[in-house]
Ligand binder design. Sequence first.
Ligand code: SF4
Ligand code: SF4
Length: 286
Amino acid sequence: KSNFKRKPEWLKQRLSGSATFASTKRLISGHGLNTVCRSALCPNLHECWSSGTATFLLLGNTCTRSCRFCAVATSRTPPQPDKKEPGKIAEAVKGMQLSHVVLTSVNRDDLPDGGASAWKSTVLAIREHNPEVSIECLIPDFEGRAHDQSTVMELRPEVLNHNIETVPSLYAKVRPQADYKQSLALLQRASSSFSLAVKSGLMVGMGETEDEVYAVIDDLYNSGCKHLTIGQYLQPSAAHFPVADYINPDQFKLYRAYAIEKGFRTVQSGPFVRSSYHAEECLSNT
Ligand code: SF4
Ligand code: SF4
């Protein structure tokens, strides 16, 4: 018996191809690059790629962690990072004529700096080839090391994002190698020490209560976060953490209203929202 829950109407999507979709795909595979759009089986792939947006996945496509909601492959010893990756991403950004680019990476707990130096090289390479482009860095926690977090923060990306992912009571079950307070501290550092536009996001439908979601929104706000994404968790395969509920679109609206009332500047909240969905909207509201 499958443990997949039947999807409600609001989660059924049309897929459409377009010329832009095809050229985005060509550019990305031509450079041998990884995108989170594909690695995480993002439900918005057609929409985003058709409009020329993509989120690049740095440091390979194999993660040293194994969050139970995530479709990215896991290994304790992933291949060494490709030294040419920063230059290839910079060229792809140029080829795609992006004005705003989202970068993220797998966790590389096997590397002494967690990959922070590769993050730096990538941001610098993108800026060198594309002086006008704005960058959102969706960073891992670097196991809480302020030094490595600061390597990225010092580059002053237009948006610094780090996902809180879920409510604290579910961390042990779904995000065992991460720490809720450590993630809040990262956001706080980006906001108070670096005055960056700080963003975070979570998935709902994993068994959390509404009050727990409101408490996370409070915690994020108190950590200096001003941009928020809330989306439905979708189980990538039968081996992953099961969906507890498909949250009704009306509930997403309530979460959004609460966060706006609290003082968040941009809030994307809806079944298909992912942390890089409509990412450029933060820029006009920083
Ligand atoms: Fe890629 Fe983000 Fe769009 Fe998903 S929402 S397809 S990860 S750019
Ligand atoms: Fe996936 Fe990120 Fe967890 Fe790695 S750390 S398994 S990429 S969610």
